[in-house]
Design a protein around this ligand. Structure first.
Ligand SMILES: [Zn+2]
Length: 292
């Protein structure tokens, strides 16, 4: 009897700690989903409220909430979100798995995370550029990485410093296989990011001595894992020349590219800039900004 009486004071605080831990983890997941997808946190809260309203047995709540979240997120992302985004001035960029698609996301993960929204001007620019590049360079396929979120709530799209307004999009480089043949839609990294084109001996390296907190990740441990693809210089030069030439009339205002690639590709232009040492590297992709 005395053992039972003595147990109570230790069990209650433990139970309270467990509840606090669960609530903290839940809130962390809501925040992470919001940062990753913009709508995911709201959908998870909605799914949780529905599961609670249906008086789902406690032991099934986590599973039921997870399953309902996946279903609601998929339906919202495919129907409601594109329609609402269009009404607020952003459209979904193409998300096709077809290799022959002239413009598409490099990875469907980009679309699954709702990071493929941009202004109509950006969409039109990509389509026109793809058409113009394909005429002299057959089979050229334009692939984009992160663009923007569906809604302009002033929310940044981490880890990017500037992708909050729908006027920015990251473009994949074009690559060749070891035989020197263009490989449409392929990049060293499956998501396009972090497969860096390294500076050659003697190239400009303005961040070689940079120190301090920064989003300039080198991911050195990842580099040996990527397949041996090399830059298709002809296609990349053609893309950059288009962006600094006809692209100007389509509203291109700024392009980020690492200095060593500017030199190697010979594409100097006032619009092509170095992003500085505190932001992400731009020798795994090109960042462009459009006026509207
Ligand atoms: Zn960018």
């Amino acid at each position: 009897m005395s053992a039972i009486v003595n147990d109570h004071p230790t069990e209650k605080p433990r139970s309270r700690w467990r509840t606090a831990l669960k609530v903290s983890l839940y809130l962390l997941v809501v925040v992470l989903l919001t940062l990753l997808t913009q709508i995911g946190g709201f959908v998870l809260v909605g799914a949780t409220l529905i599961v609670l309203a249906l008086r789902t047995p406690r032991r099934h709540r986590w599973l039921a909430t997870g399953a309902l979240f996946v279903a609601l997120y998929a339906v919202a992302s495919l129907t409601l979100v594109p329609a609402m985004a269009t009404a607020s001035g952003r459209i979904a960029l193409p998300c096709s798995r077809a290799p022959e698609a002239s413009v598409s996301a490099l990875s469907l993960l980009t679309c699954a995370l709702n990071r493929h929204y941009a202004t109509p001007s950006v969409a039109s620019l990509l389509e026109t550029m793809a058409d113009d590049l394909e005429r002299p360079l057959p089979n050229t396929r334009v692939r984009y990485l992160d663009a923007g979120f569906p809604f302009g709530w002033g929310m940044p799209m981490l880890p990017h410093l500037s992708h909050g307004d729908g006027r920015k999009v990251d473009l994949a480089f074009f690559y060749q296989n070891p035989d020197g043949l263009y490989v449409p839609g392929l990049t060293p990294s499956p998501i396009g990011y972090w497969g860096f084109e390294q500076p050659r001996p003697g190239d400009s390296q303005p961040c070689a001595e940079a120190q301090g907190l920064s989003l300039r990740w080198d991911m050195a441990w990842l580099q040996p894992l990527w397949p041996g693809l090399t830059l298709d210089e002809q296609r990349n030069v053609a893309m950059l020349n288009w962006l600094t030439g006809p692209g100007r009339a389509h509203g291109v205002t700024k392009i980020f590219l690492e200095p060593h690639l500017v030199e190697r590709l010979g594409v100097s232009d006032p619009m092509i800039r170095f992003q500085g040492c505190a932001a992400a590297r731009h020798d795994d992709h090109i960042h462009i900004e459009v006026r509207s």
